[in-house]
Design a protein around this ligand. Structure first.
Ligand SMILES: C[S@@+](CC[C@H](N)C(=O)[O-])C[C@H]1O[C@@H](n2cnc3c(N)ncnc32)[C@H](O)[C@@H]1O
Length: 423
């Protein structure tokens, strides 16, 4: 097989998966990815990437089998027990202590595989808070890119071998022994929201107190790891904690996370995000050309200018979905990454525009709306809004930008200046 650096056939295979199956594996490290593909190819007696590409094109069921092999989902209850003890003794009590007695506690296991990780955490929380309080206060999210793993996780049924890391008294308290295997406590299980979620692509869950993402980042190249870490920064509350796997090191050259305990890979939020961090988030890099050429300086410059403009700006695609909002727009309308890819008309600025014009946002002509009033609990603001169509190099309409210019602009410029000096 050719080396990872020199395999156009392998890149063609990844290109096919990205464009025809909607599965983008290009952010994964090539060496481990190639090993997994080869493992799968050997099992069906195929010895070249080219032949495997043909096989994938002719056998629709092969795609799922490949994903199962590639997104290897080994896991176990309390994997690395020392780190879990530290979490139970040092971190969970801190999270509880900083809350009001009935305030919700939100946790997210990202890359949860067959669920052992989120059940380990829920079990610890139930031990510390008591089952009743846990049912009332704890909101759990468990996500994975692999749909089969999520189905398994949702069932919460484990074999004798799988539960071997759990002490007999916890097993008795939190599992029911059935003919199918050991089933996790049904009431507690129902507090978990399981969903298929791709860390590279999908918007992060927000206001999280504890984010566990163990043994997942290792599969990604440094650029993708940075972009996922920026999303995690968005996901966590300022007081939240990030718990990574034993063999994972943070690759971000800016310290957006600071270690609480390096040995056990537990971090809190560090520096604020900068424009550069925002730019590393994937929706933008998805629009990169297929070749891995670095972003031309002009593109970089225009992206940065868009992000740091003193006016709130939005980019909306032809279907009316928000595809980008700059920092000023986020500040003004309280938007988060979760709002990206939502219909613009459902968001506050979209409603405001719709109340003042019946024109389609993505049309061939420019529209200027004057003196638009926005009433909020903090008072009334007045904007002029410019809606400008955007065309590609073939002069086809691809969407539009909306710029909100605040009247009495000195006020907004001050806010903008302060935001800049905080960075
Ligand atoms: C080795 S398992 C880790 C399971 C668990 N976190 C643990 O440490 O025991 C890696 C998991 O990451 C998931 N994964 C891989 N790529 C992903 C992506 N882009 N988004 C979300 N999950 C992903 C895989 O499906 C797999 O279940």
């Amino acid at each position: 097989m050719p080396s990872p650096e020199t395999s156009p056939e392998f890149e063609a295979l990844l290109d096919y998966l990205k464009h025809y199956q909607g599965c983008d594996l290009t952010g994964y490290k090539r060496s481990s990815l190639m090993r997994r593909f080869e493992h799968r190819m050997r099992s069906i007696k195929i010895d070249s990437y080219q032949c495997y590409l043909q096989y994938l094109q002719q056998h629709s069921e092969e795609y799922l089998a490949l994903l199962n092999d590639v997104l290897i989902n080994f896991t176990s209850f309390f994997r690395d027990p020392d780190a879990w003890s530290y979490l139970a003794n040092e971190i969970i009590p801190k999270i509880i202590a900083q809350k009001q007695p009935n305030e919700p506690i939100r946790v997210w296991s990202a890359g949860c595989a067959a669920g052992q990780e989120i059940y380990s955490l829920l079990l610890l929380l139930a031990e510390i808070l008591g089952i009743e309080a846990c049912l009332e206060r704890v909101q759990c999210y468990a996500t994975d890119a692999d749909a089969v793993a999520i189905q398994q996780a949702r069932k919460g049924i484990y074999s004798e071998l799988e539960i071997s890391g759990i002490s007999p008294n916890l097993l008795k308290k939190y599992f029911e022994q059935t003919q199918q295997g050991y089933v996790f406590h049904s009431k507690l299980r129902r507090t978990i929201i399981f969903s298929q979620h791709n860390l590279e692509k999908n918007a992060p869950i927000s206001k999280i107190d504890l984010l566990i993402c163990r043994n997942v980042l290792i599969y990604f190249n440094p650029e993708t790891q940075v972009s996922i870490l920026v999303r995690f920064h968005f996901a966590l509350k300022n007081t939240g904690f990030l718990f990574l796997g034993k063999s994972e090191v943070l690759v971000n050259r800016r310290e957006i996370f600071t270690p609480v305990d390096l040995k056990h890979r537990i971090y809190t939020k560090g520096l604020h995000l900068s424009v550069e961090d925002h730019l590393s988030i994937n929706p933008k890099s998805f629009r990169k050309p297929l070749t891995d050429r670095p972003l031309p300086i002009q593109n970089y410059f225009w992206q940065a200018a868009f992000e740091s403009s003193p006016n709130a700006q939005f980019a909306v695609d032809l279907n009316g979905y928000l595809i980008a909002a700059n920092e000023q727009a986020n500040l003004l309308f309280g938007l988060t990454l979760n709002d990206w890819n939502r219909p613009f008309q459902d968001l506050e600025p979209g409603k405001l525009v719709a109340a003042h014009t019946s024109a389609k946002i993505t049309a061939n002509r420019r529209v200027l709306l004057k003196n638009i009033e926005w009433n909020t609990s903090q008072g009334t603001q007045c904007f002029d809004v410019a809606i400008v169509p955007v065309f590609n190099h073939r002069k086809q309409l691809i969407g539009s930008t909306l710029t909100f210019v605040v009247q009495g602009v000195t006020v907004s410029l001050e806010a903008w200046q302060n935001a800049g000096s905080r960075r």
